[in-house]
Unconditional design. Structure first.
Lengths: 104, 854
């Protein structure tokens, strides 16, 4: 049960940690934004640490699984989204009421 | 009996012989200035084709006759006229008066039986030939006859259920080399204004207008007094030349830029045209559609027919559809077919394009909105018209939405988190990506848009996803609602109207930087007397050439080029791929700079906003007690300001993607024009993506391509003249507005009084004087500089979130949005009082008569 709760909690924490890490890269080229981006890492990293402390050192697999799940979801959504948008079945259709047919 | 009759005697032969068009024209020729000519009666048509074995049918037996196929038409075209009849035609031609001793040229037009009735109009579908010389006349008569069996005409005949045998007379008239031509409708053909007459005009021959090649000038006058109610200048980018020096050359020529923005009719001409149309209506006894032309100062009547009331009953789309206000703002005009076809291929099926405008699926929205609402209430929610806050929550739907959001958070949360604190400066990287895409010849327009909107790879910088970040910036709306609730709860003494200045003052917002940078460029012009002088010219489109050779222009040119480098991809109707951008046509910017030079300079926008912002922050600190409450309020304000800027800035770069796609489309168009696959610039926007792709593979156009383009152009023009429905197949009746009071939504609070200045398009009509109230159909960043001089802004469409509201709040001027019908109700020069805080505008003249004043 503890593992399940830890996993459920780890998912949003991972999103926040990963997002904040990503945001540091986004901000790195803007000198004025770097320090603020690094500061924003503190809270999610602290939450991550607290979670790890709670679940115990041996619970790294749970956190790693959450991390991998988020990463896979992120990559999959991007490529599946790109693939799907090229399928005519899910594209928006356009109708022309004067011509009694879809334009396309 | 002769098969030829003089035009002014045509009516004596009866409609069966000369067609209604010729008969009417003949009657009108007795009293009006109609170009001289003659009519070839329908008997000639019958004899000619029956002699060559064509079954023309018989109306008494209901037999419509045979429809010749392409091969038969080609054979018939090659057959000459009967010798005797040809001699009659030549004789009639030689009796036409010649001008300046030269042999006359003429126009050959159809006058088919049943062509111009109350229930049908074949305008522009049968062939018309201009500048026909004696040697070509016989062939053109045959060509005109054969156009009765063109694909386009056959399609129209079947649409309106016309099953009569074809009988066509031909009108041969002296050619009028018109400088200005147009069409007058003695009654508003859209039916929106009962007491209105509509006059449309363009440069050169009227064929450009009838074929939908140009957006004409449009004048709306009162039917009774001919008082001008509305003047809307069209772009008039092309014209059919008034004189063809090169008979085999293209008829369509570009209009010089200064003429594109010049009104085609002066007051006296407008009055004369209106009187001519009214006279035609009076003589014919029914509302008329009158074609006319002006040549050498004379007004000619070319045609008068009843306004066609028969339009094919549109086929309603399946399902129920509703406009969504934040999207509707981008689609005030219908999109062209190519734009629709490209954009719809990058959008998932949450909605549908109907007649060039985007609608959401009403039944899907009903499932997604977690409230117990009626259909009408749901429509008002989606149109952002509802001000209620006491809806009952639908918990089962809410839990489903929470579940969906949780999944969305897991799968797309990284971008969501990253867009919370995106450094705006990094968005500029997106420009490099657009340039790379533009330079890549392997990428077509559609692939370019797909790649630019979807991002290069999942680990790319957040700046490469401006479209997604733009969507995520809707958090602005929820945070704004949270701030209102918070201040009501914890700071009851705080004036909620102060929320607008409190959340304004965003230095990073590109829309306000745009104004400040344009203001800076105007300041450079101000410091150079020679540039100031050039700016007063009526021909601002010639300014780039003048600046290029002017010795004192270098600082201004450098400043202007810097502006164009940053903002040149912007313009009006930015989602529309057919709309030119400032980089291509900077004239609207010159008009705006001239406005600034004339009206004087104020503090930069960002400075003004920050002053108001500081005052509002002090008021907030006074109203809130306790550090924690102040901290929470300030956090909300900071977040709102960030998301307001994120919304404007990501839109700025999303529009860069659209400008890049437009550049790709223009390159394709150029290639197709050179290959002869397209006849005219802009035609490409009236094809679908598949049709363009087919032309690229095989640049031989289908025989019906031109007819298809023409049909779509006319449909597009017609759609842009009418208000789009807010819902489709949903029973929704918008509330009636009060007399003398215009009601809308407050986008920026405040009260202002001033003179109405209607602006339909800043590209053609961008002059506004200090203290005037800008009244517009919609706004996008191209309108922004006009806000500088305005006392208040009233917008027909839009919402609190729309561009007009955002900029008005930054400027601290009252702004009223979503004011239905304001462009029709108000007229230039009227005095109105805008009380944006109450969401109302009052016509002062009517208030003097006893109405309540705010």
């Amino acid at each position: 049960m503890k593992e399940l709760i830890a996993f459920v909690a780890a998912v949003p924490v991972t999103v926040e940690v990963f997002g904040a890490l990503y945001a540091v890269f986004d901000a790195w080229r803007d000198r004025d934004s770097r320090s603020a981006a690094l500061e924003r890492l503190a809270l999610p990293l602290a939450a991550w640490g607290m979670l790890w402390w709670w679940v115990g050192a041996s619970g790294w697999q749970i956190l790693f699984t959450a991390f991998a799940a988020i990463l896979v979801c992120h990559i999959a959504v991007f490529y599946v989204g790109r693939w799907l948008i090229q399928r005519s079945a899910i594209q928006t259709i356009a109708v022309d009421t004067d011509r009694d047919q879809e334009i396309l | 009996m002769s098969h030829i009759v003089r035009l002014n005697a045509a009516a004596t032969r009866g409609i069966d012989q000369v067609g209604a068009k010729a008969a009417t024209l003949g009657e009108l020729a007795v009293r009006h200035n109609v170009p001289d000519g003659f009519v070839i009666v329908t008997d000639a048509f019958v004899e000619h084709f029956e002699r060559h074995g064509l079954d023309l049918g018989d109306s008494s037996t209901g037999d419509p006759g045979a429809i010749p196929n392409g091969e038969t038409l080609a054979r018939l075209r090659a057959l000459p006229l009967d010798t005797d009849f040809a001699r009659q035609v030549q004789q009639a031609f030689s009796e036409l008066p010649s001008a300046n001793g030269r042999s006359p040229t003429c126009v050959v037009r159809s006058s088919a039986v049943g062509e111009d009735g109350k229930a049908s109009s074949f305008a522009g579908q049968h062939a018309t030939y201009y500048y026909v010389e004696r040697a070509d006349l016989e062939q053109r008569v045959v060509d005109c006859w054969l156009s009765a069996w063109s694909d386009e005409v056959q399609s129209y005949r079947s649409q309106i259920g016309l099953n009569e045998p074809v009988r066509m007379a031909v009108i041969v008239q002296l050619m009028v080399a018109s400088e200005v031509s147009g069409v007058s409708f003695t009654k508003d053909p859209t039916g929106r204004r009962r007491d209105a007459m509509v006059i449309e005009s363009c440069w050169g021959l009227g064929a450009a207008l009838v074929d939908g090649r140009v957006t004409p000038d449009c004048y709306v006058l009162r039917r009774t007094t001919h008082e001008l109610i509305e003047r809307r200048l069209g772009s008039k980018r092309f014209k059919v030349a008034e004189d063809l020096l090169d008979p085999v050359g293209t008829r369509l020529q570009p209009v010089p830029r200064h003429q594109q923005r010049t009104a085609t009719l002066n007051d006296a001409q407008l009055r004369a045209v209106a009187e001519l149309a009214a006279a035609c209506e009076s003589e014919r006894g029914a509302p008329q559609d009158v074609e006319w032309a002006i040549a050498n100062g004379s007004l000619f009547l070319l045609q008068s027919r009843p306004i066609s009331t028969h339009t094919r009953e549109p086929t309603p789309p399946d399902g129920r559809w509703v406009a969504f206000k934040p999207i509707l703002e981008n689609f005030t005009d219908a999109l062209t077919p190519l734009t629709v076809d490209i954009v719809r291929r990058v959008l998932p099926r949450f909605g549908q394009f109907i007649d060039g405008r985007y609608y959401l699926n009403f039944d899907s929205m009903r499932r997604w909105v977690p409230l117990h609402v009626s259909d009408t209430e749901l429509v008002e929610l989606l149109l952002l018209k509802s001000e209620r806050s006491d809806y009952r929550l639908n918990w089962s739907r809410l839990s489903a939405i929470v579940g969906f959001l949780a999944i969305a958070y897991v799968s797309t949360g990284l971008l969501w988190v990253r867009s919370r604190h995106m450094p705006f400066i990094t968005l500029a990287d997106f420009r490099k990506r657009c340039d790379t895409m533009l330079a890549n010849p392997k990428l077509d327009a559609l692939d370019t848009l797909r790649q630019l909107l979807l991002g290069p790879h999942p680990f790319a910088a957040a700046s490469q996803f401006p479209f997604q970040a733009n969507i995520s910036s809707t958090r602005y709306f929820f945070l704004h609602a949270a701030l209102r609730w918070y201040l009501r709860r914890f700071a009851p003494s705080f004036d909620l109207a102060q929320i607008a200045p409190l959340c304004a003052g965003t230095r990073d917002m590109l829309s306000t930087r745009l104004i400040d940078q344009l203001r800076q460029t105007a300041l450079v012009a101000e410091q150079t007397p020679a540039i100031r002088q050039l700016m007063q010219s009526d021909r601002l489109e010639e300014l780039p050439n003048q600046l290029a050779v002017h010795p004192a222009a270098a600082p201004f040119v450098a400043s202007f080029e810097a502006f164009i480098a940053d903002y040149g991809h912007r313009g009006t109707r930015e989602v529309e791929l057919a709309a030119p951008r400032w980089r291509e046509d900077p004239t609207p910017l010159f008009v705006m700079i001239r406005n600034l030079l004339r009206e004087g300079f104020t503090e930069p926008l960002s400075v003004q906003a920050e002053i108001r912002n500081s005052q509002a922050e002090r008021a907030l600190d006074t109203a809130l007690t306790g550090r924690a409450k102040r901290f929470a309020a300030r956090w909300l304000v900071r977040r709102i300001r960030y998301y307001a800027a994120l919304r404007e800035n990501t839109r700025h770069y999303t529009m860069l993607a659209f400008a890049t796609v437009r550049a790709k489309v223009l390159a394709m168009e150029q290639q197709l024009l050179e290959q002869g696959a397209l006849k005219c610039a802009d035609d490409i926007f009236y094809l679908t993506w598949d049709e363009v792709s087919a032309l690229q593979r095989d640049p031989i156009p289908a025989p019906t391509q031109q007819a298809r383009i023409r049909g779509r152009r006319l449909t597009h023009m017609r759609r842009n003249r009418t208000q789009p429905p807010l819902t489709v197949n949903v029973d929704y009746h918008p509330p009636q507005r009060g007399v003398g009071v215009l009601e809308g939504q407050c986008a920026s609070p405040g009260i202002a009084e001033g003179t109405v200045r209607l602006v339909f398009d800043p590209a053609t009509d961008g002059e506004i004087r200090a203290g005037e109230i800008l009244v517009a159909p919609y706004t996008d960043p191209a309108w922004t500089p006009l806000f500088l001089g305005a006392a208040a802004v009233v917008v027909e469409t839009g919402s609190y979130l729309s561009h007009a509201g955002t900029i008005a709040r930054e400027l601290g001027i009252p702004c009223l949005v979503d004011v239905d019908g304001v462009m029709e109700v108000l007229r230039n020069g009227q005095r109105i009082c805008v009380d944006a805080t109450q969401g109302k505008a009052f016509l002062l003249a009517e208030m003097d008569a006893g109405d309540t004043r705010p």
